[in-house]
Design a protein around this ligand. Structure first.
Ligand SMILES: N[C@@H](CCC(=O)N[C@@H](CS)C(=O)NCC(=O)O)C(=O)O
Length: 123
């Protein structure tokens, strides 16, 4: 499966320079926003994450990877940066939080609001 995917992802298609440009683009988005969710519009885990953030009225940036031509390449860059390729891929204050299960864990243990406050999500 990984072998098949590699034909369609930047691991096989892109030059090292192009891959670096994608890493820089993802880092630019992470660095310019207090809270970022890399998402796909159809993804149920992404919907659950966005619902939890909306419920708490957090401000956050959503990047819907399936709405972008470079979405697959940015997803590969996310793997490089965070060690995670699945979506949602969530960052608070430039720190990798993880996926929806990690966000729901913060919600369930009562620390989501304070973590979001620290990240500047209510500014
Ligand atoms: N345990 C993960 C599950 C995330 C997951 O399975 N996401 C799917 C989409 S719903 C995914 O990334 N699939 C691979 C892909 O879309 O490239 C979480 O809690 O975030």
């Amino acid at each position: 499966m990984n072998f098949i995917r590699s034909f369609f992802t930047s691991a096989a298609r892109l030059s090292p320079e192009a891959k670096m440009a994608n890493v820089k683009e993802v880092e630019r988005i992470i660095n310019n926003n207090n809270v970022v969710v890399f998402s796909k519009t159809w993804c149920p885990y992404c919907k659950a994450t966005k619902a939890a953030l909306n419920e708490i009225k957090a401000n956050y940036e959503v990047v819907e990877l399936d709405n972008r031509n470079d979405g697959d390449d940015l997803q590969d860059a996310l793997l490089e940066i965070s060690g995670q390729r699945s979506v949602p891929n969530i960052f608070f204050a430039k720190q990798h939080v993880g996926g929806n299960s990690d966000l729901q864990e913060l919600k369930n243990n009562g620390t989501l609001k304070s973590r979001l406050e620290e990240a500047g999500a209510f500014a």
